[in-house]
Design a protein around this ligand. Sequence first.
Ligand code: HEC
Length: 151
Amino acid sequence: MKKSVIILATGAALFAGSTIAAENPIAARKAMMQNVVQATKMGGAMLKGKMDYSPVAGQLVLRVMNQASLSFGTLFPKGSETGMETTASPKIWSDMGGFDKALVKFQADTSAGFMKVEDLEFFDKDAFGEAFGKAAANCKSCHQEYRVKKN
Ligand code: HEC
């Protein structure tokens, strides 16, 4: 409970002054990644049995990641290379094609396990685990190439 309050507060601080992604793309892309990491933590917790698994929650975890893969790439306009403690690597701007490819792969890997609501009863924990593993492998591979560690 306490933790989620802190996260909400962080989000509010990032967006202070602007709520429009076009005006504050760094804040928007950080917030998007924060949604992704929380969804990823939820997926991990279900697989480890720390939270009850449900097909609906499993689908939503994948769909949060997929949603990010579809719009993350629009949040790197010229002029957003620095500031707000961004950890985006300069390589994103020098190798836009490669970054796009990484996003297309993330999009494909996050949607591979999609089920229609009518078919959700077949999306058991093992099926989720397999889809989640492939989707989550993208975090590390993209970060290694296109993110720099600060400090
Ligand atoms: C296609 C590339 C790509 C993929 C895939 C990707 N990320 Fe990121 N991520 C980035 C970039 C670039 C940043 C730096 C954004 C910035 O600081 O401007 C970032 C930043 C982050 C941050 C820090 C956000 C902040 O508040 O500064 C977290 C947390 C994160 N990613 C988690 C994840 C997780 C978890 C996954 C996998 C489920 C993932 N990312 C997949 C590119 C990616």
